[in-house]
Design a protein around this ligand. Structure first.
Ligand code: PEP
Ligand code: MN
Length: 355
């Protein structure tokens, strides 16, 4: 289904990249909301975020202040002139937000992963023209993400954007949620006119990662950023480690280098030709490697050997990883490449053995 979209243009908000939405993870108290909003507004931020209902992984955490917080959001509108945005996860949240005049809604990652919940929200939004941002689902499933967009668009809403907030993984290393940048990049390729914001706070999970993630998002051509900012981050009731003060946010935003896509392209075209050559060579060499693999498959079949020879596989991964490091590549990256190549080789050998 093709999406029928309209640009999210907000009066008084610059069309230049990045569009910035900032505010605390959660609305906690009237004072915290107002004080954070005023400080952000003084720094030129035009759109304020705060979670009113918080989906928590485990019970017992702060689950959001609830409807009471919506009146504080209205005060933010009144006192600062900012637009206000919050997360909706049920039809009831939608009705409460519309009643309170919340300007922008977003659907959280846990909700996007559930088509019933998204449909319920879409139905509640029928006939309403409000900008909606859809966060990626917690799992790296582009179709599920697009499905949620189709449901919202199917309800007649056209001012839709997305927020890339990374993907859950069992193995938490640097990031709280793995960026898997290729997924939003593929989304951009599939739906070019869809605005994409990056949420460095939930990807990084810690303050230090916010600046580099913002820069990376800008370098990848994202349209905007949604960043968690709190007047007193260390005392935040949720996501304390990843929030920054409005001052720090301002500092981060001022340091961003915004590169445009359409500068002089002559040198770039030459470099792209070189990349095409490299890719062609890579394809040739891969095809050759697969041919050899198929020959090995025939040999294994004739000698009644198993396809997977674990020692040999480990040897390949270790050797290539080490070679990669010597060439300035990340050893894990090289390992992943060879794991993928190996998977295809095994598939081809299985075809031969089962013929
Ligand atoms: C949030 O924005 O505070 C939030 C809960 O994010 P996510 O849905 O990405 O986890
Ligand atoms: Mn949060």
């Amino acid at each position: 289904m093709e999406l029928d979209l309209q640009p999210i243009e907000l009066e008084g908000v610059s069309k230049e990249r990045p569009l910035v939405i900032a505010g605390p993870c959660s609305a906690e108290t009237e004072e915290q909301v107002l004080s954070t909003a005023k400080q952000l507004s003084d720094k030129g931020v035009k759109i304020f975020r705060a979670g009113i209902w918080k989906p928590r992984t485990k019970p017992g955490g702060f689950e959001g202040i609830g409807v009471e917080g919506l009146t504080w959001m209205k005060e933010v509108q009144k006192e600062t002139g900012m637009y206000v945005a919050t997360e909706v996860a049920t039809a009831k949240h939608v009705y409460e937000c519309l009643k309170a005049g919340i300007d922008i809604l977003w659907i959280g990652a846990r909700t996007t992963a559930n088509p019933f919940a998204v449909q319920e929200i879409a139905d509640a939004l029928k006939g309403v023209d409000v900008p909606v941002f859809v966060k990626n689902p917690v799992n790296p499933d582009l179709e599920l993400w697009i499905g949620a967009l189709e449901r919202i668009n199917g309800a007649g809403l056209k001012r839709i954007g997305v927020i890339h907030r990374g993907f859950s993984s069992y193995d938490k290393k640097i990031y709280r949620n793995l960026p898997q940048w290729h997924i939003p990049i593929e989304l951009r390729r599939r739906i070019p006119n869809l605005p994409i914001l990056c949420d460095p706070s939930h990807i990084g999970g810690k303050r230090e990662l916010i600046a580099p993630l913002c820069q990376q998002a800008m370098d990848l051509g994202f349209d905007g950023l949604i960043v968690e900012s709190h007047c007193n981050p260390d005392c935040a009731w949720s996501d304390a480690a990843q929030q920054v003060t409005p001052d720090v946010l301002d500092y981060i935003l001022n340091l961003l280098v915004i590169r445009t896509e359409h500068q002089s392209t002559e040198n770039l075209n030459e470099l792209r030709r070189q990349i095409d050559d490299c890719d062609n060579e890579l394809m040739d060499i891969l095809a050759k490697r697969m041919r050899v693999c198929r020959e090995i498959g025939t040999f294994k079949k004739e000698h009644n050997m198993t396809i997977l020879q674990t020692n040999r596989y480990n040897e390949i991964l270790d050797k290539r990883g080490a070679q990669g490091s010597l060439c300035g590549m990340d050893a894990d990256f090289v390992k992943q490449v060879f794991e993928a190549i190996h998977e295809e080789s095994v598939r081809q050998q299985l075809e031969i053995i089962n013929k």
